[in-house]
Design a protein around this ligand. Structure first.
Ligand SMILES: C[S@@+](CC[C@H](N)C(=O)[O-])C[C@H]1O[C@@H](n2cnc3c(N)ncnc32)[C@H](O)[C@@H]1O
Length: 242
């Protein structure tokens, strides 16, 4: 990922802000009623631990990431964290009640193998908390329509799969498991849009580089005029082990 560090950190914070409420609902309605209080969880590809921290009132989380900086950042937040590769998790079978990941599978060269590993080290459930689908992106008004193809191409050039969201069902089937697959809801009032749209644009330019520049004025004009609407579907998959 070539997105500058500060911009990426801001993006992870924003994403978590949009999705945490629905992650909590998923845990509270689908997973936690069947487990002892504060079950153990492994967060694979945890990054700096934003997601793990946001769910730490419900889960006893261990973070794992391939990047030592991410591991250090998690520890600085007081989270347990180890360095490791999602393709070869350094744990015995059935080590954690829950294994989760977010915005990870789209970056992996072998997501099937990583999901196989998550299934192996989990006892009760695997929660693929969030994978985006940039091919389903909506931007309004019309001058911003090229953003969808631009982001798909730019993420692909970075080595990501921009359509991982729509592939979650197929991924689970290829690992021999069924899953509840869904799309996270989202709502943004004008104030929130104004607060977040600057950072969102920085992330877009950090990802797409110079190709995004011709769209910058249209983005900011729409923001100033109160007409900007942008949405990228983010999907989840919940696998409950029988
Ligand atoms: C987009 S960030 C998402 C971070 C976090 N899950 C979140 O949603 O805020 C992807 C993270 O996956 C990590 N990662 C990439 N490949 C990995 C691998 N093979 N094993 C473990 N972590 C990996 C990266 O270092 C990065 O921290």
């Amino acid at each position: 990922m070539s997105v500058p560090g500060a911009t990426l950190a801001g993006q992870l914070e924003r994403q978590s802000g949009w999705l945490t409420e629905h992650w909590r609902w998923l845990l509270d309605t689908r997973v936690l009623p069947y487990l002892p209080p504060i079950p153990s969880a492994l967060d694979v590809g945890s990054g700096p631990g934003v997601v793990a921290a946001s769910l730490s009132d419900r889960l006893n989380v261990t973070c794992l990431d391939i990047d030592p900086e991410a591991t250090a950042k998690c520890r600085s937040r007081g989270l347990r964290s180890i360095r490791g590769d999602a393709h070869a998790l350094p744990f015995r079978d059935r080590s954690f009640d829950i294994v989760q990941c977010s915005f990870l599978l789209m970056w992996l060269h072998d997501p099937e193998r990583a999901l196989g590993e998550m299934l192996r080290v989990s006892r009760h459930a695997v929660l693929l908390l969030a994978e985006p689908d940039h091919g389903g992106r909506i931007d309004h008004p019309e001058p911003l329509h090229p953003l969808k193809d631009l982001m798909v191409e730019s993420l692909r050039a970075e080595g990501a799969d921009p359509h991982m969201g729509r592939r979650l069902r197929a991924l689970c089937s290829s690992c021999g498991v069924d899953a509840e697959v869904g799309v996270h809801p989202g709502s943004w009032d004008l104030e929130r849009t104004r607060r977040e749209a600057g950072g969102e644009w920085d992330w877009i330019e950090g990802t797409a580089g110079k190709s995004a520049e011709p769209l910058r004025d249209a983005w900011h004009a729409a923001l100033a005029g109160g007409t900007l609407y942008t949405f990228t579907p983010v999907l989840y998959a919940l696998i409950v082990k029988r």
